[in-house]
Design a protein around this ligand. Sequence first.
Ligand code: ADP
Ligand code: TRP
Length: 331
Amino acid sequence: METVVSGIRPTGNLHLGNYFGAVKNFLKMQHDANCYFFVADYHSLTTHPHPDNLNASVKQVLAENLACGLNPEICTLYVQSDLPEVAELYLLLNMLAYTGELERSVTFKEKIRKDPNNVNAGLLTYPVLMAADILIHKAAKVPVGKDQEQHLEFTRNFAVRFNHLYGVEFFPQPVAYNFGVQLVKVPGLDGSGKMGKSEAEGNAVFLIDEHDTIKKKVMRAVTDSGPTEPNQPKPEAITNIFTLMKLVSSNDTVQHFEDAYNNCTIRYGDMKKQLAEDMNIFIAPIREKIKEISSDEKYISKVVREGAEKAHESARKTVQEVRNIIGMRSF
Ligand code: ADP
Ligand code: TRP
């Protein structure tokens, strides 16, 4: 079975965009591959989170992913900093990473632009740490979106450089992958673009949102005054509402509103009311599960302890072999 690694950033709550864009892919993948999923808490230190916040965010992101259906019996779910071997491999890979290439990273340049007062070395070497996350398990595939493609290219470069320098065929060259689940871009509620946590307030529907919050957000979604002619093409904001409805409502419901749109009898108020109800039906069991899991400290700590143990096995083996290849042999 192929080995897959993916990091989950402990920033903010999961929204429907994350669910349909990433988590759903993980849920399928855990059955199809040897999966390592981890919460990337080392990575999040580049922005210096408050210790209490860091701890709470790591716990929350674990609870939310578990509630969605990540199954720690099937995949390996751990916290990055529970695996000190990652820090060691990161150090070793840093010797193979050129500052020039790291400075040319698109994400690095973007971060400098956004926060010129916090250009720390951790930020510069972020791709090296990410390469360590992936190579520590010798993963072949990494389920990430377009924005992470350059980071994967760095990973392949470091892997090839290592193999070449030491004359070995040790590290694989991991590629970005999506596991057959159609990746959808989930639109936001503000009429354009995508659902995202850093967009305008109310643009994203979170998996922890209560029924009344969902209703409020959906009822405020941007629409227009409605079609004036039969079978008119839909403007973007309306397409977005239909796209969201297709994710959570039955085919019959979607068809009902498609027909109403095409014969100009559609009432967006009714459509949004239905959408809010169906979103709530979709989210409610996940929301309740998140509450249940996040209040169960014992369960979460058992999951990460066992996850770390499983991850250690493969990490220890890799680092030992790497040390041996480099020439750090015990006397
Ligand atoms: P956000 O945009 O809210 O900051 P992240 O960048 O943390 O979300 O996304 C984490 C994962 O969820 C990524 O794999 C990303 O591709 C996916 N994702 C986020 N928003 C959407 C969306 N609106 N549609 C599809 N996938 C999404
Ligand atoms: N950089 C990834 C992101 O921003 C998170 C991440 C860290 C990751 N390490 C990883 C993803 C290793 C895949 C594999 O989303």
